[in-house]
Write a protein that binds this ligand. Structure first.
Ligand code: NAP
Length: 278
């Protein structure tokens, strides 16, 4: 890739940021499409977030992705928000248009793609975790009209807060399950781990009892490194279908790419580039 005076720059900002795979994925897409653009990872300290975002208005930056810990704090500096970003109160994508900053949340659509082929409206689902990703997953499941929803979170109050959020936004009843007790009235059709338990560098495993994972259920772990967590290995052994977080990562990135460029990116190239890294 040759960087020239004409090269447009996109980036992901976070703190820390060196772990991000977004540069690998987006640069693969730019290269495949022969676009005169590049993508970098920039460490922005929390105290400088406002100055950084406001400064974007004076640039020709192609677009910005936002990751931990800035997804919520970025909101106050933006001029307009998509419906999803407004409701979730988090953004992971910024586009600069005519000096105005538009914020989006593409995690929802990224997760929705993980559910392709599943009749969500006839299914029950258990979400493990109620942080930013858990909220996006809950939003996606409710938008797809999930039939029965259970949420379990280490900090129970936060799980209950997500239950209230769902009730307010979708007028839908979800059930908060005390973390580690697994006293669900059924073995759910869909199980999603949205905690970092099992992630490379963090380790551990979710000790979900076998009777909760039924044959044919879809078990999704948002973690993609390692490609198969202990949860996914167990689920596979028990006859469940399993999916790691790679698809969500690629599709949320693809949605950001489309917002910035108006072009559908080459999904396979993006996925291949990431797989070489994990
Ligand atoms: P977050 O907002 O910090 O939320 C973390 C959640 O995990 C909280 O519910 C937290 O519970 C729980 N948790 C953390 N450590 C735990 C532990 N040791 N035991 C039990 N629960 C624990 O983070 P996030 O943005 O939601 O991200 C969560 C995970 O999803 C990360 O692994 C991230 O990489 C992954 N993710 C993947 C994608 C993708 O595209 N594949 C996208 C977004 C996120 P408390 O409320 O009790 O603290």
């Amino acid at each position: 890739m040759e960087i020239r005076g004409t090269t447009k720059v996109a980036m992901v900002i976070g703190h820390p940021i060196t772990h991000s795979l977004s540069p690998v994925m987006h640069n693969a897409a730019f290269k495949a499409l022969r676009l005169d653009s590049c993508y970098i990872a920039l460490d922005v300290i929390p105290e400088g977030l406002g100055d950084f975002i406001k400064g974007l208005k004076a640039t020709n930056v192609l677009g910005v992705n936002i990751t931990i810990p800035h997804k919520e704090n970025a909101i106050e500096y933006l001029d307009e928000l998509s419906e999803e970003a407004t409701v979730l109160n988090t953004v992971n994508t910024i586009k600069v248009t005519n000096g105005r900053l538009f914020g989006y949340n593409t995690d929802i659509v990224g997760f929705e793609r993980c559910l392709e082929g599943i009749d969500v409206s006839k299914s029950s689902a258990l979400i493990i975790g109620a942080g930013g990703a858990g909220k996006a997953v809950a939003y996606a499941l409710c938008r797809l009209n999930i039939n029965r929803l259970y949420i379990t979170n280490r900090t129970e109050e936060k799980g209950q807060k997500l239950v209230r959020f769902i009730d307010k936004v979708f007028n839908r009843e979800a059930q908060s399950i005390p973390f580690g007790q697994w006293n669900l009235p059924e073995a759910p059709d869909i199980i999603v781990n949205t905690t970092p338990i099992g992630m490379k560098g963090i380790g551990g495993s979710i000790n979900i009892p076998y009777h909760i994972i039924k044959k044919g259920a879809m078990v999704i772990d948002l973690i993609y490194n390692p490609p198969k967590t202990e949860l996914l290995k167990t689920a596979e052994r028990l006859g469940a279908r399993v999916q790691n977080g790679l698809k969500m990562l690629v599709y949320q990135g693809a949605a950001s790419f489309k917002i910035w460029t108006g072009i559908e990116p080459p999904i396979e190239e993006m996925e291949k580039a990431i797989q070489e890294y994990v």
